[in-house]
Design a protein around this ligand. Sequence first.
Ligand code: SF4
Ligand code: SF4
Length: 103
Amino acid sequence: MRIINPNLENKLKKFGSDTAHICFNCGTCAAICPLFETSFPRKFMRYIQIGAEDKIMDEKLELFKCLHCGLCTSSCPKGADPGEVMLGLKRFVLDKLRRNQDV
Ligand code: SF4
Ligand code: SF4
């Protein structure tokens, strides 16, 4: 059973991720991201919005492919910062693993 965490975006703020709520899921970032085989990073922005913490943990290895090139952030029409959100998610995942909450 999937568990939804309605407080996920607040929880992520301390890891440097605080613009996911701005995203309107247009897909521009996914179109420009060189990791084009998935809807990355758009889908992670959506996972945050809907509190899908389990999905983030299931697909966490994709986060570590991010090149931090900044193309997504510079092309976002809403002024969200998906590149920084991906970095924040990495910090969140590593912290969660370190605390042995997911292993
Ligand atoms: S470009 Fe911006 S608004 Fe569009 S999906 Fe990506 S983060 Fe969301
Ligand atoms: S910063 Fe990461 S998510 Fe954004 S376009 Fe570059 S590789 Fe893709």
